[in-house]
Ligand binder design. Sequence first.
Ligand SMILES: Cc1ncc(COP(=O)(O)O)c(C=O)c1O
Length: 365
Amino acid sequence: MDYEEPLFFRVMRYAEAADRDVVDMVSGNPDWEPPAALRDGLREFADFDADEFQYGPSAGLTELRGEIAERRNVDPSQIVVTNGAGEANYLAMARALERDAGDGVLLTDPVYPYYPGKAQMLGGDVTLVPVAEGGEIDVEAMREAATEETALIVANTPNNPTGVVYSRETMEALVSLAEEVDALLVADEVYDHFDYTGEFESALTIDSENRIVTSAFSKSMAITGFRVGYAIFPESLVDAAKTRHMLVNVAGSNPAQYAVLQALRETEPEYYEETRSMLSDRIAAFTDALDEAGADYTRPEGAFYVLARFDGFPGTMANVERLIDEAGVAGMPGEAFGPARADWIRFALVTPRAQEAAKRLADYF
Ligand SMILES: Cc1ncc(COP(=O)(O)O)c(C=O)c1O
């Protein structure tokens, strides 16, 4: 496969090169502080004996796996600590496609673009299934698209880019579908701490040999550069994933895992509540200004992205470049997420200037 620079890097580079002030709403990089205990843990690690700087256990620091297991109510043996949710998804998807259960992959449209990329790299045959009007996953359409060849279904909730939080019934129906066609359902819950409905429930509460849950601390602790995530597998699937993780990585990074461990232990729920509340305020301010701009938009139930549609201004790369140059706001072209939302532009609310950005959009349109 040729190396292709991720589109969001290209958009960010274009925005940086613009000869005007641009509000960057492109990437999913949090702009808020990580938990204080994370910084403390990192400092503490610097003074450890040098033997702590050597290879750690391949599947993750034992204490970190224990801490995750306790919180997620699973056995530590089911957990592989990974290089972010990105590797967790890769391990889970590889597991699904190496089982001799077919090579069909069902993804939603719009889709987080790394899923089709990974699926294709792993030899999967991708079918994109459009979501319903409001962004809710269309379980019936998924069912119709499923065949005996289907080996993998990926569902991301809370969802990037739609902001929808899938209901428990939806997730149960997807797990049942996976069981019926002998596929694996991968539930990517990397935005699990960003649920504004109070109704998000992890797919871990649905007991099945056919579901894998992936997550990470990248967003919840505002550390996308630390690269600490995890996958939780049924016992029957975990060994092959540990082997793949070991042969690719040997092990993860000790200092990053240690800092996350300290942050997990020391951080009060208020940290996450304050982040949610800050983001809710941003969403309200941004969408109010979009109302003034006369735009259609999705009000996120979770995660921190808003899809907006401006009349006669489809979400192409060319239009995104125009918005950067002419309005001073950078978003992601909707076409990057598949044809279903090609008319839309995704704005990541990871800047304190979200309201200002929306005002600029209102003025521009
Ligand atoms: C849906 C989804 N899954 C996975 C990731 C990657 O997470 P990580 O940085 O932990 O690898 C992202 C990052 O934006 C995401 O939006």
